[in-house]
Design a protein around this ligand. Sequence first.
Ligand code: 2HA
Ligand code: ZN
Length: 263
Amino acid sequence: MKVINEVTGILNLLYTHGWDERNGGNLSYILEEEEVKSVCDPNVVLRTFEYDFDMTSIIGKFFIITGTGTYFKNMVAAPEVNLGIIKIIDKSHAALVWGYSEGGRPTSESPTHLQCHIERLKQDPNHRLVIHCHATNVICMTHVCPLDSNFFTEKLWKMQTESIVVFPEGVAVLPWILCGGTQIGIETANLMKEYRSVIWAQHGIFCTGKTLDEVFGLIETIEKAAEIYMKVYDKKIYQSITNENLIEIAQAFKIDYRHGIID
Ligand code: 2HA
Ligand code: ZN
């Protein structure tokens, strides 16, 4: 059950940060078979779910996924109701092996989550996690900034010294697209070829990575930079981080940052 406690702990933190109001946000995390065995019998199929895209490359993998309509604030108290563990059993089906005990099913954003996993695993075999949340200041920026990935990346990098260290590849931005479907999943996963973080205009952010701490930290850092941006962008600025400062940070920390934005 250690893994369930770790996942519900992060979900609770996301809630208390104010980034997952009501049933906002969702999470999916690749589990090792041993981790699944600590919770249930991985071979007992409770129900199956169908997907309309090709999942061949993730057949056999287990995912713990938040349930559709579930509230992050309730995860710690009732994990088995609000979370499910699925195994991808063929090109278009997943089997439920644990959870959703009151009849639930995977989050409406699970097509996007699974497509992001497929893409991120191609980039990084150690990839495990996708978190979507409604980070407040990130959403604010999508109201007042041009929806351009390089614009967002440059502003976020220049808000605080940590940014370029934590997300040297920058952030990608998608225009408003209807959520919950396969199309937004395709567009998001396409950007995940080059980015771990994709912002959905007027909606929130998808962040990916290897561990719960890493991805939570990525969200925190992007959201913190966005908060600083929203607090200062319409004020008279006396000084800020320059292109030269960013290059100096990158050299000092040996960071391979995205080129073509500040140089
Ligand atoms: O319902 O955040 O994007 C959960 C969501 C949808
Ligand atoms: Zn959402």
